[in-house]
Every structure is written in structure tokens, then in C-alpha cells.
Design a protein around this ligand. Structure first.
Ligand SMILES: Nc1ncnc2c1ncn2[C@@H]1O[C@H](COP(=O)(O)OP(=O)(O)OP(=O)(O)O)[C@@H](O)[C@H]1O
Length: 687
């Protein structure tokens, strides 16, 4: 605000109402001014100007006559804001004691105000790259800011009062602006500088008094437009990412006001229909209503660090949250809260919908809980549960470590046989010569070293229950014949015995081999294959159900935390890296990695860096070695990075350069060239 005291000048030339013209001339001469204030006793009642005196004499008046004066004058408090009154020419300011402290004519006041404003504008625009030139209606430059000087490359001393119109080269006609037209986005050049800007008519009291040119260097302008475009693209990309993410992102300012809500909105949790309903509200409102507990925002603000927590909502659902504080110059500015719905991670046990911590607790006891979130596993489990009610043989196929055993166990526990024995046999782990006696048992004295009393085999032990033959593809051919016979006749004869024993067993077989291919190669009996393949199920590899990585990682983390008495947590970036990995070793590999991470991490946070190191055998902190992530970089570099990442992932999955080239539809030479480059120490040398 500009106050009157900032623009008035001291009162010096004063005459009295009763003084004559001669006295007025003397006072003005003495103070070298053309204006004197007129006083009546202690009050100022008007002012007398030199032109008034001249008019008086010109009209034949005498100089010894009593002075005449003007009264279009007001008195204002000196601290009030300078605002221009109508029909007034002179303003006198006074202090609290109502003593006059200064005066100013309206015209002077306007000029001073303009000078102030220009100074302020100049300061505001300092470093902004925006130049301002003000010219009068003769196009003479009357003012230019420092930015204009530096853009034009010529000091204002040299340019002031020069004709801007003749200096500037442009296609448009400045006369039109002088007539009131505003010109936007006009290209012009001056002193070899290309500029882009707007011309405005300058109106004072409704009349056009000049022209203002506001401009920036064209290259800076174009760069800004490109940057804006870039930012806009990133913004819409981010929105697309948010929209497809399974996370909820809430940005809260330091005072607790919700600034932004993005991502898959967790409508079920709070009964809030759209993200907009939340923006502008106080975060405390949601915690007061016990929408989520504990209050992750408060935890983050008080602990002044990134925190994570399992939160319960008022509908008893579970969220896994990470709150990250953002500081600016040491002050907390915002907290970014990332929420994941983990209630949807269903446990399979008898179809209930249980949350993560219950699953963990139970699984710790049982160790056979199926943790998942993907549709694929949901469908698979639903089918397994249906099949579990019957007695049919089930064949579980899938890569090593996908969880076949856990699904087999699940069939048993959800079948009517669940309170009967469940026997698991790893066919690949029993020495060949013992397989028969292990499966079917033996009679006393059947062979040297055998138990004196004889022993029941797995089939007998599993009577009325379930027998799970894991790695069934490892059975030698002669055993396959015997197994087939048992399956057909539903009876066994112990080794060394003669008596047939009826058995009622539900068989589940599993393999990570391609049994059909083995049949073609003569390595597996076709008749047994069809016997086993009554109801086949494919357990999909982890890379085809990436949604399961997060719940599984948290599940194993909790298990190992308990085992090692740790309280470690993943950062969300660490989870991102886990989700981006291809997991050739499937869930077993994930389980092993989580254990390694928990043991290796130095503090309570398992971060991105350590995960990258564990998965790729190198540190994530070296820029080139990070797994692919969107970041701002030169396009060429980004393309190469993407190509490297594609090739790396393809190698992880398909192992050979020929297959990789087939999948990526490039020549094998391209792949091997790139691999050579890595080996030579270039990017992704550790792939
Ligand atoms: N969905 C799951 N939820 C919880 N744990 C799982 C899940 N899937 C696999 N696991 C765990 O991962 C490990 C490997 O699983 P499992 O042994 O069942 O795999 P598999 O397919 O039978 O492997 P293989 O073919 O090598 O025998 C086990 O410790 C198992 O408990």
C-alpha cells in the first residue's frame, strides 16, 4: 500500500488569507516555488499559484490587493492509502494531532504513484525474463524495466525518448494500438533480438496516453511453451498411471488440508463418491470419524520422517499406507500419502474374505495360506474348491516355485476329507530303489535293512485322505506302471507281501515338467498321463499375475519380521522394484529375496537400492543401472534405456538371444551386439 506520507512534500511556502498579492510573490520567490498554501489562523484553507497571480495582474489587478486563492483542496490522514479524489487539485496530509505534515498536487501524486508502481513492477519482474517498455503517443520511450534493457542489450539511458516505432521491426502497425487495439503474441525484432510479446494501449482517465510493450525473448518463450507442453504431457501420463494404479494418492498440506486426491479412489473405504469431495477438506475430519486408524498423517508430521502403517477403516477394512513428508527450506510443506487396499488380498481358506494380518497370523500357524490378489488366482481357487468336493484326481502343472504344493494342500483342506490324513510325497527326492516300498509299504523281512515289523507306505497312510504326489514327472517308468495299476484297482500289495489292501485315496499330482512332451519323448507313460490328467490346472507364473507380488511381499515380510523379531518395512519405491521384476523363480524366489532383504537391510526401511542390489546384483543408486523408470532425460537416452530394459527383461524370461530376438522382432545380431556392449562395461553391464 502506498500512503499519503510516502508522496507528500514538506510545506514551506505559506501565506495568510489576509496577505496581499505582493506578499504571496515574495514568499514564492523566497522558496523558489510556484505554489503557496493559504492559512486562516491555524488551518489551511486553500492555495495560491503563480498562474493565479499572473491572471490577477493580467486582468488589471493591483499587487497590494488581498490575495485570492483556490479551495479545491482536502485534508487527509497521512497514514491512509493514497487514493485520488475527484474534483480536487491539492491534498494536505495531517498527523494524528491534526497538524499538517505535507502537501501534494494531484498531478504530482499521480506521477509519484506511477514511479512507485513501476519500481515495484521492476522489482517483481527482476529475473523473470519479461521486458516492459512504455512509450508515449509519439512512440518515444518513457520507461523500460531492467529486464527490457538486458533483453534488448542496450542501456535505458541510451534508449529513453528515442522513437521505439522506428527502432522496432514488426509486421503489425503500432498506430492501431495507439487507436485502442490490443495486439497479442506479436513477433518483433530489435538489435538482432527476436522477441515475442503483447502491445497494450495505456489508458489514463479513460484516455489513451501511450503504449506498453510486454515481451520476452522468442527463444525463451518457445522454450517455455515446449516446457509447458512437456509438463502437460507428463501430467496426463501421470494421470493415466494413477488411474491404472492400485494405489490411492492423497496430498495433504502442512496444516492438514487435503490438496489432491489421485489414483484408484478407495470409495468403499470412506463412502466418498468422488475424489473432488475430499479436496479442500481437513484430514482430521476423516480421522475423527475413524475413517482410518492410526492417523498416518499425524505420525508423519510428529516423527518428521517417512512412516508406514497398516490402517483399519471404519468398515474394518485394511489399508497399507506410506506417508512421505516433503520439506521446503526446512519447513514441512506437504505430506504425500500412498494407500493400498490390502483387504482385497483374499485368503483362500474356505472362501472367507479375511484381511492381511489375519492371514499372516493363521499362515504362521499353518504355513499353507494362499495369499493373492489377482483375478487369475481367484478364479483358480474357485475352481479348485469346486473340484475339491469331488474325488477326482487333480493334476497341477506350473513352473517351479509357483505354489503348486500350497494349492494341493488347499484342495485337501477345502475337501470333505479335510479331517483325514494329507500325505505329501516328493517323487523326485526318494532314491529310485526305495520308491516302491515308500509308496506301497513292505512286509516284515522284505529286504535287508527293512523294519522288522514291516511298514505302511504312503498310500496306506493316506487312506481316506489325500495323497499328493509332487514332481510326479520324476517317477521312473517301471514305477509309473505300478502306480497306474494302483490307481485303476484301488488296492495295493506291500513289497514282499501277498495280501491286497484296499485303499481309498484322493490323488493330487503336480509337475513342473511338460508331461505331454515327456509322453511324446517316451519318458512318461501315456496311459498314466491320461489317468492323472483327469482335471488339470495350470498355476500361472508370478510374472503373469504381478498384482500378487505386493501382498506376497508384505506377507513374507511379516513372517520374517516375526521370525527374526524385526519391524522392517518396505518403502513404496522398493515395492515398485519388486513389482517390476520378472521373477523367474516365482513365489519361492520372492520368499527367498524378502528374507535376504530383511537380513541385509541396515535399518527399519527396506529401500529401493537394496532391492535392486538383491535382484540385479548391483546398486540402484547408479543412474544407469536402475531398472527402467520414467524420468526426464534426453529422448535418445530414454529410447536406449527402454531398449536395454526390454532386452534385459526378455533375457530374464527367455534366456537365449535367439528367442529374445524372435520375441522382440529384431535380428539376433542386434541382441548380441547389445549384450557385447554391456559386457564391455556399457549400460546394464550386469544384466
Ligand atoms: N500364493 C501363495 N501364498 C503364500 N505362499 C505361497 C504362495 N505361493 C507360493 N507360496 C510359498 O512359496 C514357496 C514355494 O511354493 P511351492 O513349494 O508350493 O511351489 P511349487 O510350485 O510346489 O514348487 P516346485 O515345483 O518347485 O515344487 C512355498 O514356501 C510356499 O509356501
Amino acid at each position: 500500500m502506498i500512503a499519503w506520507k510516502d508522496i507528500v512534500r514538506p510545506i514551506e511556502a505559506v501565506i495568510y488569507k489576509s496577505d496581499c498579492f505582493q506578499q504571496a510573490i515574495r514568499v514564492m520567490r523566497e522558496h523558489q516555488t510556484d505554489l503557496a498554501l493559504v492559512k486562516d489562523d491555524d488551518n489551511y484553507v486553500g492555495y495560491c499559484t503563480l498562474s493565479l497571480l499572473l491572471d490577477h495582474i493580467g486582468d488589471g489587478g493591483q499587487i497590494d490587493e488581498t490575495v485570492t486563492y483556490q479551495t479545491d483542496m482536502i485534508t487527509v490522514p497521512e497514514t491512509s492509502e493514497a487514493e485520488f479524489p475527484h474534483n480536487i487539485t491539492l491534498i494536505v496530509s495531517e498527523n494524528r494531532k491534526q497538524e499538517a505534515t505535507g502537501f501534494v498536487t494531484l498531478e504530482d501524486a499521480r506521477n509519484k504513484m506511477n514511479a512507485y508502481r513501476l519500481k515495484e513492477l521492476n522489482e517483481m519482474l527482476h529475473g523473470s525474463g519479461i521486458g516492459i517498455v512504455k512509450m508515449n503517443l509519439h512512440y518515444e520511450i518513457e520507461f523500460m524495466n531492467e529486464e527490457a534493457e538486458s533483453i534488448l542489450g542496450i542501456p535505458s539511458d541510451f534508449l529513453l525518448l528515442r522513437n521505439y516505432k522506428t527502432l522496432l521491426t514488426m509486421e503489425k502497425d503500432l498506430d492501431q494500438v495507439a487507436q485502442g487495439e490490443t495486439m497479442i503474441n506479436v513477433s518483433s525484432s530489435f538489435n538482432f533480438k527476436e522477441m515475442n510479446g503483447n502491445f497494450y494501449p495505456l489508458r489514463i482517465d479513460g484516455k489513451i496516453k501511450g503504449i506498453v510493450h510486454i515481451f520476452s525473448l522468442k527463444e525463451a518463450f518457445e522454450k517455455a511453451v515446449q516446457e509447458l507442453d512437456f509438463v502437460r504431457n507428463i501430467y496426463s501420463d501421470l494421470h493415466a498411471v494413477y488411474a491404472s494404479s492400485q494405489e490411492q494418492i492423497i496430498v495433504v498440506d502442512h496444516s492438514g488440508k487435503v490438496l489432491r486426491v489421485a489414483g484408484s479412489f478407495l470409495e468403499n473405504f470412506w463412502g466418498i463418491e468422488t475424489p473432488e469431495d475430499m479436496v479442500g477438506n481437513d484430514w482430521g475430519r476423516y480421522t475423527e470419524e475413524k475413517k482410518m486408524e492410526p492417523d498416518i498423517f499425524n505420525m508423519c508430521v510428529t516423527q518428521r520422517q517417512k512412516v508406514s502403517a497398516l490402517q483399519t477403516t471404519d468398515l474394518s477394512e485394511k489399508l497399507w499406507s506410506v506417508a512421505t513428508p516433503i520439506y521446503h527450506e526446512g519447513q514441512l510443506e506437504r505430506v504425500v500419502i500412498l494407500l493400498r487396499n490390502i483387504s482385497e488380498k483374499k485368503g483362500s481358506g474356505m472362501g472367507e474374505n479375511r484381511d492381511m494380518s489375519e492371514q499372516v497370523a493363521e499362515a504362521n500357524q499353518l504355513g499353507n495360506e494362499v495369499v493373492y490378489r489377482s483375478e487369475k488366482i481367484e478364479t483358480l481357487l474357485a475352481e479348485l474348491h469346486r473340484v475339491a468336493q469331488m474325488n477326482s484326481t487333480v493334476l497341477l502343472e506350473g513352473e517351479s516355485g509357483v505354489g503348486k504344493e500350497i494349492f494341493a494342500n488347499n484342495i485337501h483342506t477345502s475337501s470333505p476329507r479335510h479331517d483325514q490324513p494329507y500325505i505329501r510325497v516328493n517323487c523326485g527326492a526318494i532314491p529310485e530303489q526305495l520308491i516302491e516300498s515308500e509308496l506301497f509299504g513292505y512286509e516284515r523281512g522284505a529286504f535287508t535293512g527293512a523294519d522288522r515289523n514291516g511298514k505302511a507306505g504312503y498310500f496306506e497312510l493316506a487312506h481316506n485322505g489325500t495323497l499328493f504326489l509332487d514332481e510326479v514327472g520324476e517317477l521312473p517308468l517301471n514305477m509309473q506302471v505300478k502306480l497306474l495299476r494302483v490307481l485303476q484297482e484301488k488296492e495295493i500289495v506291500r513289497v514282499g507281501g501277498t495280501e491286497t489292501i484296499s485303499i481309498n485315496v484322493r490323488l493330487i499330482a503336480a509337475t513342473n515338467k511338460d508331461l505331454e512332451h515327456m509322453v511324446q519323448m517316451g519318458e512318461f507313460r501315456e496311459d498314466l498321463y491320461y489317468r492323472l490328467n483327469v482335471i488339470p490346472f495350470q498355476v500361472p507364473p508370478l510374472r503373469e499375475r504381478k498384482e500378487d507380488i505386493f501382498p506376497l511381499a508384505i506377507y513374507f515380510l511379516e513372517q520374517f519380521n516375526q521370525m527374526y523379531s524385526f519391524q522392517k518395512k518396505f518403502t513404496s519405491e522398493a515395492i515398485d522394484v519388486l513389482e517390476a521384476y520378472e521373477w523367474p523363480g516365482n513365489v519361492r524366489e520372492l520368499q527367498n529375496i524378502v528374507e535376504r532383504l530383511i537380513v541385509l537391510s541396515q535399518d527399519d526401511w527396506v529401500d529401493e537400492d537394496i532391492v535392486v542390489k538383491a535382484l540385479y546384483g548391483r546398486s540402484g543408486s547408479t543412474k544407469e543401472e536402475k531398472p527402467f523408470a520414467v524420468e526426464i532425460m534426453p529422448m535418445k537416452e530414454a529410447v536406449e534405456k527402454l531398449e536395454n530394459e526390454l532386452i534385459r527383461q526378455a533375457i530374464n524370461r527367455y534366456k537365449t538371444a535367439t528367442k529374445v530376438s524372435e520375441v522382440l522382432k529384431v535380428s539376433p545380431a542386434t541382441i548380441s551386439r547389445r549384450m557385447k556392449k554391456w559386457k564391455g562395461g556399457g549400460e546394464n553391464a550386469n544384466v
